[in-house]
Design a protein around this ligand. Structure first.
Ligand SMILES: O=C(O)CC[C@@H](O)C(=O)O
Length: 347
């Protein structure tokens, strides 16, 4: 009988795929905790959740109904930056800390955003299709219509850690950069060679608009028809954040009616998309399957980090990355002091 039960939706275990090293066991075995899988449907998950000591949320929404059924849960742990799959408000109301991993795969997502930018701009998918379908001679005329990349403008909506990592990659390509983010200090933008701007300036002046707004209810459908109408007809829209920040119907209309040139998207409003999503057959759309974070290193790092957060809380300590830290004050969990990495001015 395990001392602690960590409940996770079936099929979402965070052991390394393909029988690799078992990072979950490494973190959880010494404290007597065990991962238990429950069917990933709300009713069956709720039945199993009553006695769970912790939830590892993945692959299914952890709704208010699930959270209200928890009788013994000390933490809900996410293996992502985005916390949109958990009703954080409900967890906060119940005094349950929710943890995420905000810093583990910034480089991967930034690589992917840059790849989408280049692929969308140089029409990679269309070019590939032309070669494969015997239309070799059509490739060059298609690209003769687009400008040179150097000197084009990249505009960021939201300038968090991933956007800043994209800016580092974009600078050597000779892109001018601007960003809209009312929550980030302008000096941080200047440090990255990025001009602070209003949303209208970003939309109307950018050749590439890269969306990085986090998945929060306040930014649901932040971009609608009126925003796509403000963009350049030649603009490429890139989204590696969350599909829900964009009104997808408006985006589809913008692409179909030529208000913008191309969309390169890792995220969609509904994932996977339904077979009748028009974007699946549109030539001016480049799609990947919400995989921007993926790499072998990330897979390992995510599992280690999830195991670490779980083991901290189950052993009675504050987690490292808590998205609702106000609840920590009212728990019996002990605050711990991380060791300072700052070894002084000459280190
Ligand atoms: O689970 C993933 O790999 C994607 C997670 C990513 O979208 C996030 O919000 O952190």
């Amino acid at each position: 009988m395990p001392k602690y039960r960590v409940l996770t939706p079936k099929g979402a275990s965070f052991t390394v795929a393909g029988g690799g090293y078992d990072y979950e066991k490494e973190a959880l075995d010494p404290i007597g905790a065990e991962i238990i899988e429950a069917p990933a449907n709300e009713a069956e998950f709720i039945a199993a959740a009553k006695t769970a000591d912790a939830i590892y949320a993945k692959g299914m929404p952890i709704t208010k109904a699930v959270i209200d059924a928890l009788e013994n849960c000390k933490v809900i742990t996410l293996g992502s930056v985005g916390v949109d799959s958990v009703d954080v408000k409900a967890a906060t109301a119940r005094g349950i800390p929710v943890t995420n991993i905000p810093d583990t795969f910034i480089e991967e997502v930034a690589d992917h955003a840059m790849m989408l930018l280049l692929a969308g701009f140089r029409r990679l998918v269309e070019q590939d299709k032309m070669v494969r379908t015997g239309r070799w001679s059509e490739g060059r005329p298609a690209l003769l219509k687009i400008p040179r990349l150097m000197g084009q403008t990249l505009g960021f909506i939201s300038f968090g850690r991933v956007a800043r990592a994209v800016a580092k990659r974009a600078a050597p390509f000779g892109l001018r950069m601007m960003a809209y983010d009312p929550f980030i200090q302008e000096t941080l933008m200047y440090d990255h060679g990025v001009m602070p701007a209003t949303l209208t300036e970003v939309l109307s002046q950018s050749d590439f608009v890269s969306m990085h707004a986090p998945a929060r209810p306040e930014v649901h459908h932040m971009l609608t028809e009126k925003h796509f109408r403000q963009m350049k007809k030649s603009a490429v829209f890139i989204n590696t954040g969350r599909g829900a920040t964009v009104d997808e119907e408006s985006l589809i209309k913008a692409l179909q009616e030529g208000w913008i040139a191309h969309a390169a998207l890792d995220v969609l409003e509904k994932e996977p998309p339904s077979h009748n999503n028009p974007m699946l057959s549109m030539e001016n759309v480049t799609l990947t399957a919400h995989v921007a974070s993926a790499s072998a290193r990330f897979d390992e790092a995510r599992k280690r980090r999830v195991g670490y957060e779980l083991s901290l809380v189950l052993q009675g300590m504050w987690p490292v990355s808590c998205v609702n830290p106000s609840v920590l004050q009212n728990t019996a969990l002990r605050r711990w002091q991380p060791v300072s990495m700052d070894r002084g001015p000459n280190s």
